[in-house]
Design a protein around this ligand. Structure first.
Ligand code: HSE
Length: 376
């Protein structure tokens, strides 16, 4: 047996997996171990092209004996795969790290939700105490904690009401494409009248678009309704109390990530909007005390290196605090920070984050690095 560390990747071809591979390539993330690629359907075929690395043919992602030999497994394959393979693998004696993008294991006591810029200490203590299952958080929750980690750290948060503006990517790759196709439909029906911008009548454009939105031809197989030029104030399934599952996750996952002694309530309405891959959130924060605004800004800014405080003025906000500005970057802008008229303990703020980076792939890439330190 060689001492080479072996890391298996499952679900690397999907959207989160592809973003993960891109980030790993950019950060020399395949150095120091043998990467092996698994598949649920194409055993023996070629793996991904990685410059300078000889990637062997794809292995069977359901082969417990093969998986058992790995030191670390990184799965972006989805919850069904995790539910099927993870219990069998642990029962077969697999003692390695299981690092998962899916939600399947998240709320298990034996699993830590990884978001190391926010909960590195909890991750390190967990590893010391034998925890080997790590799951990425819900993207909205992770992005909110990335933005406001400083306030939580200083015990300044009594409760939060969050209203979200979530991008199509959170619903999946097919939904992103459907949004683009819906946009094309809407622009097509107005194309002729827009050839003469001077003579165009806004109400005619609206009429044509509304007819398309309310008609039957605009594709809606994935969202069920048009998202382009509209929005959908419902994400995921219903839970008992009138919340959606996406809204329910706010409190439970955030408190688990932070390992809070006293539960911090987080609730609001999660809304799908026509952004491609960056989620936005508007927060009302009830603070535990009337802290001065400059101290609040400092607390938020000093949490980690990716925070960017956006001054509360129009130019800064429209240029720096939008999905268009943030997508494809690791920056977590936080802006519109001000005390509310409701009272001095009520703070409002707005934040944006790339759902596929900090909301999905980046915590996984970083957790793999941490796990590698422990198996080397
Ligand atoms: N559930 C999220 C969404 C994405 O629908 O936007 C993944 O956390």
């Amino acid at each position: 047996m060689s001492n080479t560390i072996r890391v298996g990747f499952v679900g690397w071809r999907g959207m989160v997996g592809s973003v993960l591979l891109d980030r790993m390539t950019a950060e020399n993330g395949f150095d120091g171990y043998e990467p092996l690629f698994f598949t649920t359907s194409q055993v023996g075929q070629r793996g991904p092209y990685l410059s300078g690395i000889n990637v062997p043919p794809l292995k069977d992602a359901f082969n417990i004996d093969e998986l058992k030999e790995l030191d670390i497994i990184v799965s972006c394959q989805g919850g069904d795969y995790t539910n099927e393979v993870h219990p069998k693998l642990r029962a077969a004696g697999f003692k390695g790290f299981w690092i998962d993008a899916a939600s399947a294991l998240r709320m298990n006591d034996s699993c830590i939700i990884m978001l190391d810029p926010v909960n590195r200490e909890i991750i390190d203590n967990g590893i010391k105490n034998g925890v080997r299952d790590f799951a990425g958080g819900n993207c909205t929750v992770s992005l909110m904690l990335m933005a406001f980690a400083g306030l939580f750290k200083h015990g300044l948060v009594e409760w939060i009401s969050s209203m979200t503006y979530q991008a199509a990517s959170g619903a999946g790759a097919r939904n992103m494409i459907e949004l683009a196709v819906q946009m094309a439909h809407l622009t097509n029906v107005t194309a002729k009248m827009r050839t003469n911008p001077a003579g165009v009548n806004a109400l005619d454009v609206d009429k044509a678009m509304t007819a398309e939105l309310q008609g039957t031809t605009i594709p809606r197989m994935n969202f069920g309704v048009p998202l382009a030029a509209s929005l959908i104030p419902w994400i995921d399934s219903a839970v008992e109390n009138g919340q959606t599952r996406e809204e329910w996750k706010g409190t439970v996952e955030a408190n688990k990530i932070l390992n809070t002694k006293k539960n911090i309530p987080i609730d609001g309405i999660c809304v799908r909007i026509g952004a491609m891959r960056s989620h936005s959130q508007a927060l009302t924060i009830k603070m535990t005390k009337d802290a001065p605004l400059d101290e609040i800004n400092d607390m938020i800014a000093s949490a980690h290196e990716w925070i960017k405080i956006i001054p509360n003025d129009k130019e800064s906000t429209i240029n720096g605090l939008t999905p268009a500005a943030v997508s494809g970057t690791l920056t977590i802008p936080v802006g519109r920070i001000r005390k509310m008229n409701i009272g001095p303990e009520y703070l409002t703020a707005f934040t944006v984050g790339d759902q596929l980076l900090w909301g999905a792939a980046e915590p996984i890439r970083r957790m793999l690095k941490i796990a590698l330190e422990h198996v080397s």
